[in-house]
Design a protein around this ligand. Structure first.
Ligand SMILES: [Fe+2]
Ligand SMILES: [Fe+2]
Length: 150
């Protein structure tokens, strides 16, 4: 977490995105550990798809506006496309398929790398370029865009 905080009335955009990253990580762990695997995988699939869509709608466009943001966003979008393809394959395959474990392990690694790259390269740009008010406003938009019940 970064210390970009706004005022007492709410958390900013970077906090909102990173909170979801934590949820995604814990669902990745649950699926890998085999805890109620089918249910955990369904929750992960729903949340991951909603998260990347909300980033594409709300977060990446804000990054793109900032200096140096465009290339960073392009790289993240490529990772998001690849992740969505792998997720689709896993959904088609199903959690009981003999190939599920190996393909899921590669998705997990890719998603963790992707989230780390966003936190390292994209989030400092957002922190630097948004005012506290803009950041809180964008956080509300992001939460609404990502809103799913999992
Ligand atoms: Fe993303
Ligand atoms: Fe993300």
């Amino acid at each position: 977490m970064t210390s970009h905080m706004a005022d007492a009335s709410g958390k900013g955009l970077v906090d909102a995105v990173q909170a979801t990253h934590q949820e995604i990580k814990s669902l990745l762990d649950s699926v890998a550990a085999g805890d109620d695997r089918q249910r955990s995988f369904e929750r992960l699939s729903t949340l991951l798809a909603a998260h990347e869509a909300a980033e594409q709608e709300v977060v990446h466009p804000l990054t793109k506006r900032a200096d140096g943001g465009e290339q960073i966003v392009e790289a993240r979008l490529t990772e998001e496309r690849e992740g969505a393809e792998t997720l689709q394959k896993l959904q088609t395959m199903g959690t009981t398929d003999p190939g599920f474990d190996d393909l899921f392990a590669s998705l997990r690694e890719a998603v963790l790398k992707h989230a780390a790259a966003e936190e390292r390269d994209e989030h400092p740009i957002l922190d630097a370029s948004l005012s506290p008010e803009e950041s809180q406003h964008a956080a509300a938009q992001f939460r609404a865009a990502q809103s799913v019940s999992v």
